[in-house]
Each structure stands twice: as C-alpha cells, then as structure tokens.
Design a protein around this ligand. Structure first.
Ligand SMILES: Cc1cc2nc3c(=O)[nH]c(=O)nc-3n(C[C@H](O)[C@H](O)[C@H](O)COP(=O)(O)OP(=O)(O)OC[C@H]3O[C@@H](n4cnc5c(N)ncnc54)[C@H](O)[C@@H]3O)c2cc1C
Length: 351
C-alpha cells in the first residue's frame, strides 16, 4: 500500500497546476465561449455551442454563432464541406455570377467562419448523450460537452455504387436535377429509378434536355398514378424497362451506359450525355437514433421552428429537409438554427 504522505505533494502539485491553468484560461477566454469545471480533479470544458456537420448548414450556423461570440466548436465530419465537395460547378448559389466550383465555395465558407474564431475537429461524431445538460458528444476517445447543439449532418444521395459512376460524379453523373439540369440543354439524359422522385426529376429535366430516358429495373413504376400519367404523356420521356445499369461509360465525362436486360440477360449500350440517379436519399442520423425524434426514414422531426424533440438541440439543413435539398436553403436553415440557439442560451442565462 502506498503511503499517503508520499502521494500528497504530487496530488497537491497537480491540483495546483490545474487551478492556475484553469484560472488563466478563464481569464484569457473572458468566460465567453465556454466554462471550465472541475470534476474529480480534471478540467472539463463546457462549450456554449457545438455544431455537428460542416456543409452549408453547419458552416452558416458556425458563422452566426462565431460572430455572436459564442465560440462554437464545429465537428465537421470525415467529409468536411459536405455534399458540395463532390460536385464541380455550382451556378445557383447567390453572389457568384460566373458560378463557382463546389469545393471552392465550401473553402470560402470555412475561411469566413475561421476568421471569426470558430474551432474545428475534422472527424465524425460516434455517440451523443442528450439526456441531460451539458450534452455530451463523443468523437473517438474524446468527449466534448456543450449547453446547446446544432445538428447539421445532411443526407447523402443513394447511388448505384458502380466505380464508373463514382468517378463521373460532377462530370455528367448527378443526383440532383435542380442543381445540374441546366447543364444539359438540348442533350440526352438517362434517369435511374422508378419512384416519385425519379419521375419528378425526369419531368424537370425535360425543360432542358432533348430526350429523357427513364431506366427502371422492373416493368412497373412505384411512382404515384398522377406522376406516371404525366410522365407517360410527355413527348420527351421514354422508358427502358427491366434494365440494370452495369457501367457508366466515358473517361472525363459521361458518354453512355452499358446495361443488362434482367429478363433476357442481354447486354446493350446506349449513348447519353447525362446520368441522373434518383433512387432516394439517406439522412446521416444513425448516431441520433434513440436520442431525438426521427421520422421513419431517419429525418429529424423539428418542432418550434428549428428545435428538435430535445430542448437545446437544434437542426439545420438536409438532415431534416427532404423537400428543397439545396445549398442556399441549407445555409438559411443554418442561420435560423444559430439565431434560435443564441436566444435559447440567453433565455437560460448562459452567458
Ligand atoms: C453532386 C451534388 C451536386 C449538388 N449541386 C448543387 C448545386 O449546384 N446547388 C445547390 O444548391 N445544391 C446542390 N447540391 C445539394 C447540396 O449540396 C445540399 O443540399 C447541401 O449540401 C446540404 O447542406 P447540409 O449542410 O445540410 O448537408 P451536407 O452538405 O450533406 O453536409 C453534411 C455535413 O455533415 C457531416 N457529417 C455527417 N455525419 C457526421 C457525423 N456523424 N459526425 C460529424 N459530421 C458528420 C458531413 O461530413 C458534412 O460535413 C448538390 C448535391 C450533390 C450531391
């Protein structure tokens, strides 16, 4: 057994260093972004706000909370910058008359946020605990704590998963007709899928394309009757049934598709300029299951504007918005969530 008189000086010294460190840290930070607490001799940093996700929603929340002096911590995810890092030209984000490349837009957003002092952890959140305040956010071995959390983890479009398809994303392969349709004026396009969203995309794309072919694995569509009627009637839309895409052809841009007929097993090729996949989206909310209310597809259910089912936890962007799914709407949600978070902290007296 160790003699306590030998332990005491070391223990005392450690505690003393922590106190000095803590006091000077509090002094330097002026107590504005976070609190320091002692728990069993350890310093615990409690943030005012943690933002999870760094797409347009997360970075806009970070911009507003950083400018509001809340010193946010942004846990940006493996794919910092979000979905726009996967695309080439963005022509519909206001302020860029010549358009801007997706990754450039996200780098500018991040720079703007960093200018106001937000801190970043470029990793994924693995676990959350919203059962009491301060909320706990786990990233690998680290646990971060905050009075308030903004969830902005977005949603990913589902792809067929072909290597050739992944290589051509942003080069003619897309999952967003609203975003990329205008690049295909007077071109031929294929749309993959058989549900309402596939037909919605196909109908939207007829505004630009000379021809739209819907490729579907079955012989009938899952889409609603009304959508089917509209699509069947449209002179620019045709259907290729019982067909599965095996490869997207083209080196630097989409040039065609290689397919197999699932009834006859015959393979064929077809020329196309655009390849749109419309087989659904998956919200990045696995780690939130059981902690806040999600709908049956995994999207966050919001109440009282941007608040989730847990007071003090807010949401922004594609993680709750399955309707608009645009960079500018995600950014707007980010602004709303930041303003609501600020008001919440004020009302709780967290200064
Ligand atoms: C190929 C493509 C092209 C597009 N083109 C356009 C366009 O031209 N114009 C337009 O307006 N919109 C476009 N969009 C749509 C637009 O990108 C999205 O609507 C927008 O990015 C949504 O923003 P968000 O911040 O909600 O989510 P996202 O951009 O999806 O960002 C989510 C963030 O959360 C992070 N994350 C996820 N899980 C975790 C976790 N467990 N822990 C920590 N972080 C996590 C991710 O790493 C990411 O940083 C396009 C989308 C795609 C896929």
């Amino acid at each position: 057994m160790k003699n306590s008189s030998h332990i005491f000086p070391g223990y005392f010294l450690r505690y003393f260093i922590i106190v000095i460190f803590s006091l000077s840290y509090s002094y330097i930070s002026s107590g504005k972004g976070y609190y320091l607490l002692f728990v069993e001799g350890l310093v615990v940093l409690i943030r005012k706000v943690i933002i999870i996700g760094s797409g347009p929603a997360g970075l806009t929340s970070a911009l507003y909370t950083a400018r509001g002096n809340l010193k946010p911590l942004v846990i940006s995810g493996f794919q910092w910058g979000g979905q726009l890092m996967l695309t080439s030209e963005v022509e519909n984000y206001p302020g860029f008359p010549e358009g801007i490349m997706g990754p450039d837009l996200m780098s500018l957003m991040r720079k703007q946020v960093e200018r106001f002092g937000a801190e970043f952890v470029d990793d994924n959140v693995t676990k959350v605990d919203f059962s009491r305040v301060p909320f706990k956010i786990t990233v690998g071995d680290d646990v971060h704590e905050a009075h308030c959390v903004i969830l902005a983890t977005g949603a990913n479009a589902m792809w067929l998963g072909l290597e050739s398809e992944q290589k051509l994303i942003g080069k003619g392969a897309s999952s967003c007709a609203t975003c990329d349709g205008a690049f295909f004026r007077n071109r031929e396009i294929v749309v993959i899928g058989g549900g309402d969203s596939a037909l919605e995309e196909a109908l939207f794309l007829t505004k630009f394309a000379s021809k739209v072919t819907v490729i579907h694995r079955r012989h009938e569509l899952r889409a609603s009757k009304i959508m089917q009627e509209r699509a069947f009637k449209h002179e620019k839309i045709s259907f290729l049934w019982d067909s599965e895409v095996l490869e997207v052809l083209g080196k630097d841009k989409v040039e065609g598709v290689r397919m197999r007929n699932l009834k006859t097993n015959e393979e064929s090729e077809m020329k196309t300029d655009g390849f749109f996949v419309a087989i659904g989206h998956k919200p990045n909310s696995e780690f939130l299951k059981g902690h806040i209310d999600l709908d049956e597809r995994g999207y966050i259910i919001r109440k009282n504007w941007t608040q989730t089912s847990v007071e003090g936890v807010f949401s922004a962007g594609d993680i709750h918005d399955y309707r608009y799914r645009q960079a500018v709407t995600a950014a707007a949600h980010g602004c709303e969530a930041a303003i609501d978070a600020e008001k919440y902290l004020e009302a709780k007296g967290v200064e």
